[in-house]
Design a protein around this ligand. Structure first.
Ligand SMILES: O=C(O)CCC(=O)C(=O)O
Length: 310
């Protein structure tokens, strides 16, 4: 039993700890997710939708539209260069909840159909990202260290949280696809910190401290529209972008509305809570005494079923 992760189950069945019983996933798919903590569904999001997300991202980068509440990030290697609003300087936009066009991703029936297999029928959007991994400058700053997404979330149980990550073009080892350590979703939430990388590391890109570097890893090479669903304890990251292109993906984390908030004070998540609150205080005057729960309470959004706890 992992107290910090809120996991642990008395169920005897082999296939109902991490997935729920419905007629969407085949037994084979459920078994795969139960054992590995991720599942790739080929060709799930249409080319038309991906073109719309790409166009919208470009307009946001050019500052033609400025959705409220969104965080815009730049790679550490270009952070200090002169800012000209363009796609080349933005590596990620987060929390696009208030942008109708990008938020469509989180409401696509083909995505929600699978999400429900992990969260159940009451579905909240808890975090959103559009990632634009730039060509690496040679300092390998475009890597995303191995981490567990649960480090960022103040709610449980972890088994009712799932990420959807859709490739917006072909992704492979050359342009920095996702890499996962299969089966690690069965473990606990581990302490995270900033890796000591020579070229520096991007803000909020925490890495797991002390994972087994020899654990078998799988590189998720995917085609445009393919979508991977994964558990928030699954250890994953992505490689540096050796290509000349901007590797794009759109992603959303969903949780069951029946999840409950937890206090992260005194846990390995406390340092993240401190960092994010300091940043939000500096940028937006967010109240100093607030907590990670307060940030999420303001942002989570119901997309299916009923709002219960979250
Ligand atoms: O898309 C990527 O390169 C990694 C995304 C990721 O793991 C994250 O942002 O938590």
């Amino acid at each position: 039993m992992c107290a910090a992760a809120g996991v642990g189950s008395s169920k005897m069945s082999l296939y109902d700890t991490y997935t729920l019983d419905n007629d969407i996933l085949s037994l084979e798919q459920r078994k795969f997710y139960e054992e590995n903590g991720f599942l790739v569904i080929k060709n799930l999001v249409s080319d038309d939708d991906i073109t719309r997300f790409r166009n919208r991202f470009q307009r946001i980068c050019k500052e033609e539209v400025k959705p409220l509440g969104m965080t815009i990030m730049r790679d550490i290697s270009i952070e200090k260069s002169k800012f000209i609003p363009s796609e080349e300087l933005i590596t990620k936009v987060q929390n696009f909840h208030q942008d109708e066009e990008l938020f469509r991703y989180c409401t696509l029936p083909e995505i929600l159909k699978y999400v429900e297999c992990f969260t159940g029928p009451n579905i909240m959007v808890v975090h959103t990202m559009m990632i634009n991994k730039p060509p690496d400058s040679g300092k390998k700053t475009t890597r995303h260290p191995f981490h567990q997404d649960l480090h960022y979330f103040p709610f449980r149980p972890s088994n009712r949280i799932v990420a959807a990550w859709t490739a917006m073009e072909q992704v492979n080892r050359n342009n920095g696809c996702l890499s996962v350590l299969p089966g690690t979703h069965k473990g606990c939430l581990k302490p995270h910190g900033y890796p000591q990388w020579e070229g520096g590391v991007n803000i909020m890109y925490y890495g797991i401290q002390g994972y087994d570097e020899n654990s078998p890893r799988v590189h998720l090479e995917m085609e445009k529209g393919d979508t991977v669903f994964f558990h928030p304890l699954l250890i994953h990251g992505s490689g540096w972008n050796k290509s000349q292109g901007y590797r794009k993906a759109i992603s959303c984390h969903f949780a069951s509305a029946d999840c409950h908030y937890v206090d992260v004070k005194g846990t390995s998540q406390e340092s993240f809570e401190k960092d994010i609150l300091e940043t939000l205080h500096k940028l937006y005057g967010f109240p100093e005494g607030a907590s990670l729960k307060d940030i999420f309470r303001l942002n989570v959004q119901l997309v299916k079923g009923e709002r219960t706890n979250l």
